[in-house]
Write a protein that binds this ligand. Sequence first.
Ligand SMILES: NC(=O)c1ccc[n+]([C@@H]2O[C@H](COP(=O)([O-])OP(=O)(O)OC[C@H]3O[C@@H](n4cnc5c(N)ncnc54)[C@H](O)[C@@H]3O)[C@@H](O)[C@H]2O)c1
Length: 356
Amino acid sequence: MHFRRIVISGGAGFVGASLALALKTAFPGISVLAFDNLKRRGSELNLARLRQHGVGFLHGDVRCPEDVAQWPAFDLVVDCAAEPSVQAGIHGDSLPVVANNLGGTIQCLEAARRHQAAILLLSSSRVYPIERLNALAFREDATRFVWTGSDQVPGFSARGIAEDFPLAGRRSLYGATKLASELLVQEYAWIYQIPALIDRCGVLAGPWQMGKVDQGVVALWAARHVFGRELTYFGYGGSGKQVRDLLHIEDFCDLVCRQLERPAAWDGRVYNVGGGQDVSASLRELTELCRTLTGVQVPVRGRAEESPADIRIYLTDARRVATDFGWQPQRSVGDILTDTLAWIARCQSELREYLA
Ligand SMILES: NC(=O)c1ccc[n+]([C@@H]2O[C@H](COP(=O)([O-])OP(=O)(O)OC[C@H]3O[C@@H](n4cnc5c(N)ncnc54)[C@H](O)[C@@H]3O)[C@@H](O)[C@H]2O)c1
């Protein structure tokens, strides 16, 4: 494998830690360092398993040049440190999301430039404008909203949103930091000849996600069933019919392993990454599946008021990444929930404080 020394910023988080362990397993000879300020509650739980698998850990803040200067020599940085909630800054301070996300990427890029190293950016489907997505024609079925597929918009088909979907429009502070980060990654790749790749991910899910109301919906849903707590459908009349495609974190890690083995592709290109139509669910459908898998029925409330960042339907058209890397998601919505529920059940006493 081309990349031998990897730093993962946000390496104790859900994506970062999962990736660190997957890379160490797939390529045992490499060194992986997880760098994290442990700001996300629950990230500290990952430290023991990182250590057990030979992944190094360095505590620090990616916004701080002095902390980033402590990184050992590396040839790839994976930029996973972020405030990952699309709700961030909407009802309060904007600085945490802007400084962590864009500020963090700038420090990763500067470090990559100094070391002539590659960068992989964890971007988001939230770069696509909210109003453009919500304007797409849809119908309301019994358990979910469904695109009719009739709109003539570049990058849109009933199977999902491709990379050339229009980017003009408002997208949330979170989405704006991700798009700004993407642009900077591409500029650094061009000016400084840094190998770079951008994965624009939809909803990633699976074990070790510290789900909370504003981020990590699948883990939140699973946890509420295990711990017998109430759930709420926010927006869209409280119907719970909003739809997302999901991607099992292990499918994402499989993709990154493939990407690492094809350094020729690292020219700053962007890939939409997600499970697509076949691995999608509405909130109602998630509740139903949780009930079936756990035998537990929790109270569910509907709250009609919408957040400015709400999106009715998002499905990824991942054909470009599938073709370029010979990759397909292998795990269904049922697999994602089964694995997440099994993890919560296994670590119930430890997780109660974080997920209940
Ligand atoms: N989880 C998803 O569904 C999803 C989807 C699309 C994109 N992403 C992106 O993937 C990346 C990882 O997300 P995640 O789900 O693992 O989130 P997470 O919150 O679980 O992990 C992020 C980690 O970054 C750390 N961190 C935050 N600010 C930091 C700072 N200033 N310095 C050092 N560490 C810092 C946190 O402590 C946490 O451990 C983010 O960039 C996110 O925007 C996630």
